[in-house]
Design a binder for this molecule. Structure first.
Ligand SMILES: Nc1nc2c(ncn2[C@@H]2O[C@H](COP(=O)(O)OP(=O)(O)OP(=O)(O)O)[C@@H](O)[C@H]2O)c(=O)[nH]1
Ligand SMILES: [Mg+2]
Length: 374
């Protein structure tokens, strides 16, 4: 260890880990030479962050549930504003179990992120109303709900105003499950307020941030990034990194309309399936990543078709992943009003009133119905 590292704790600005140079396999490892150089340049990143930032390679380290519990308990004891970030494509996957207990008496702002992926035609207020409802069902009563794109800098300025208005000389904790874009949001805030770009490490892999990252605010308080708890039901954990890259929406979604007859099926690659069992012959509109292959077949033939073409025509999963791919689970719904059947983490299908449909998703991934957002 260097003298400096012995006397004071050094923190990686990218992920929040405590810097150490003893164990290359453990969190925060940084070679001596890199510590020295980092301190000289006032920009100290651990080796894992360095690799993520320059090569987009992830070194697998993980936090334990105890680590998260310790952090969440700190939040309960703090006097702070909580900014709770969710991925609007994965609301159920974004729920932190027991969050309402950890929030304590602190006020909550609910922020739906990745708004840039939504089609233009989607009614933003309908979505924020739905988010509030869902939050209430989970025991969270946000003071306000915002829709932003951390990546594209949509509505960040108004979010900042909202935060300033509500925090009233308190710290601000940014919380949420892994991969919802907490660090991207904080980076955007830092960029807009100071001009510094990409300070914190972000990545498309789950589990990027490893400990609290404290960003000083003007009045001596702090904006605090936190590691996201891993929610086992997130699509991100069911699919391989390779498959996720293909199915996770990357750009504004272009709706795809199908004039379906009763007893027809649409496969969403090989990761999910939608059956139109009964209903009027009206357009069914699919909202999924533009590059995800949607394949229509007859319902009566769908099981055999899946068996035969999984990993080939129906991909992802790829051919070498198909044997370990989780089974698809069937969820059936009778639709009274025009609704969205949402496959969490993937997208949704808007279906007409008076229909009976079934959606199949990998075991563990939720399927929910909401009033149509269009
Ligand atoms: N399209 C889109 N992608 C986003 C947005 N914000 C974040 N992302 C992407 O989401 C992924 C995760 O972002 P991070 O900021 O690392 O997420 P995090 O919540 O900090 O994750 P952990 O540190 O693991 O808890 C990255 O691939 C980001 O580029 C957004 O507004 N729009
Ligand atoms: Mg992060």
């Amino acid at each position: 260890m260097t003298e400096v590292a012995k006397n004071e704790t050094l923190i990686c600005i990218g992920c929040g880990a405590t810097i150490q140079s003893d164990d290359p396999q453990a969190i925060g490892y940084t070679p001596q030479s890199a510590i020295k150089k980092g301190l000289e340049n006032d920009e100290l990143y651990c080796q894992r962050c360095f690799r993520l930032r320059h090569y987009n390679e992830i070194a697998p380290v993980s936090l334990t549930d105890d680590d998260f519990l310790r952090l969440l308990n700190q939040i309960r004891d703090a006097n702070a504003l909580i900014v709770y970030v969710v991925d609007i494509f994965d609301f159920n996957g974004s729920i932190i179990p027991g969050l309402h207990r950890f929030v304590g008496d602190n006020p909550v702002l609910l922020v739906g992120n990745k708004e840039d992926l939504l089609p233009q035609s989607l009614r933003r207020t309908k979505l924020t109303d739905w988010m509030r409802q869902q939050a209430n069902l989970n025991g969270i009563h946000p003071e306000a709900v915002a829709l932003v794109s951390a990546k594209k800098n949509h509505q960040i300025e108004s979010l900042l105003e909202l935060i300033e208005k509500r925090r009233q000389n308190r710290d601000v904790y940014v919380v949420g499950v892994t991969n919802v874009g907490k660090s991207t949001l904080i980076n955007q805030i830092i960029k807009q307020t100071t001009g510094v770009k990409e300070l914190i490490t972000t990545s498309r892999f789950p589990g990027t941030t490893l400990d609290k990252i404290q960003i000083p605010l003007d009045d001596g308080h702090e904006l605090i990034d936190t590691p996201g708890i891993i929610h086992p039901d997130q699509m991100a954990h069911v699919l391989s990194a390779k498959a996720l890259k293909i199915v996770a929406p990357q750009k504004e979604i272009k709706p795809r309309t199908f004039q379906l007859d009763e007893q027809q099926t649409i496969f969403l690659g090989g990761v999910a399936r939608f059956d139109y069992e009964y209903g009027p012959k009206k357009g069914v509109v699919a909202y999924f990543e533009n590059n995800l292959n949607l394949h229509r077949t007859k319902l009566s033939n769908a099981d055999a078709f899946y068996e035969k073409h999984l990993g080939g025509l129906l991909t992802p999963p790829s051919v070498d992943e198909k044997d370990s791919f989780p089974e698809l689970e069937r969820h059936e719904f009778h639709i009274d009003d025009k609704s969205d059947v949402v496959i969490e983490g993937l997208g949704w299908v808007t279906v007409p009133a008076g229909s009976t449909v079934a959606a199949f998703a990998p075991k563990g991934v939720s399927v929910v119905v909401r009033r149509a957002m269009i």
